[in-house]
Design a protein around this ligand. Structure first.
Ligand code: ADP
Ligand code: PMV
Length: 319
């Protein structure tokens, strides 16, 4: 019997979340929190031994319901999925993209297909977009590729692939990022991404002001990419904190996130919420990770000192 297991990383967003959904630039890094998905043939569709249901498992259900679109596996083939994750779900750390990437990667391996990063990442983006109602290809791309990525509205050096949905095209680039001390602070508050994206979209529909904030996030993200190219960590930190303020104006911060950002800032180059916001997690760029760790813990958050520069999708087992 063939048993396949694949793993994919979660991510942090250095700059540009939410604005990237509108086609603006963003910078995301894979981190050493991973989700593993093991797939096996089965007599019924199961997740961790329980029947697969759309309500509890929208991403896996979507993949199974669209099996014939994405694979040559017959649509009546039943599968069992075992999912094990280090990434807290609904926490802004890209758990849903890691789940989609690892599952689609494992299905490709089950079919003995060569791993094609671009194809897997695009299929995972489709899952994210359709289940959430709106998304950018940021999470699916960085989880597939690993390391760092820079999304832009035009093609530049180190271009990997482009993704188009409706009237928007994102050009995805490999981004080499120097080793940086990075601490995640999880508020413990689960916030699904879809409603946060909708909230920003309706704010932008109502007011020109919100669209200008989105533009401003895009502009400072380009400055952030320049700062990375020049290894200017202090400038990057300042821009990250500015990015946080702009996200707060858009209404996607929360008192709990602000509490952890405030705790981290005295020991950091910069700090900001990461991902969808409204709860979930923040990140701090620092050369004193232990101090930030303690400060976040003292304020009731769950800190993780994380490594970047990690692998993307990996097929980790084949029997
Ligand atoms: N280990 C897991 N097992 C099954 N589903 C998961 C797992 N981790 C995440 N998910 C799915 O992803 C959703 C969270 O995704 P999302 O709202 O985009 O937040 P984020 O990607 O920031 O964690 C969960 O509600 C669940 O449907
Ligand atoms: C808000 C957004 O920019 C990032 C969402 O990240 P997460 O799903 O909350 O980890 C949405 C997206 O880019 O698809």
């Amino acid at each position: 019997m063939i048993v396949i297991s694949a793993s994919a990383p979660g991510k942090i967003v250095l700059m540009g979340e939410h604005a990237v959904v509108f086609g603006k630039p963003a910078i995301a890094l894979a981190v050493n929190l991973r989700l593993r998905c093991r797939i096996d043939h089965s007599s019924e569709n199961l997740v961790n031994g329980q029947p697969l249901a759309t309500a509890g498992n929208p991403y896996l259900s979507y993949i199974v319901n669209n099996l014939s679109k994405n694979t040559d596996i017959p649509s009546n083939q039943q599968l069992s999925f075992d999912v094990l994750s280090d990434i807290p779900a609904g926490s802004g750390l890209g758990s849903s993209a890691a789940l989609s990437v690892a599952t689609i990667g494992a299905l490709a391996a089950l079919e003995n297909k060569p791993l094609n990063e671009e194809a897997i990442s695009k299929k995972a983006f489709e899952v994210e977009y359709d289940v959430q109602g709106r998304a950018s290809p940021m999470d699916s791309s960085v989880s597939t590729h690993g390391g760092g990525i820079f999304l832009d509205s035009k093609k530049g050096p180190d271009f990997l692939w482009q993704s188009t949905r409706n009237d928007k095209t994102w050009y995805i680039h490999d981004l080499k990022v120097p080793q940086m001390g990075m601490v995640i602070g999880y508020t413990g508050i689960r916030k699904p991404t879809g409603p946060m994206i909708s909230r920003v979209a309706s704010y932008c529909k109502r007011t020109k002001f919100a669209c200008e904030i989105i533009d401003e996030i895009g502009d400072i993200t380009l400055e952030g990419a320049e700062a990375i190219n020049h290894n200017d960590i202090e400038k990057l930190g300042r821009l990250m904190t500015k990015n946080h303020k702009l996200l707060a104006i858009l209404g996607v911060s929360s008192p709990e996130l602000q509490n952890l950002v405030d705790a981290a800032l005295p020991h950091s180059y910069g700090a900001k919420l990461t991902g969808g916001g409204g709860g979930g997690s923040m990140i701090a760029l620092t050369d004193k990770p232990e101090k930030v760790y303690k400060a976040i813990k003292l304020r009731g958050g769950t800190p993780y000192i994380v490594h970047t520069g990690v692998d993307g999708l990996k097929i980790s087992e084949r029997d």
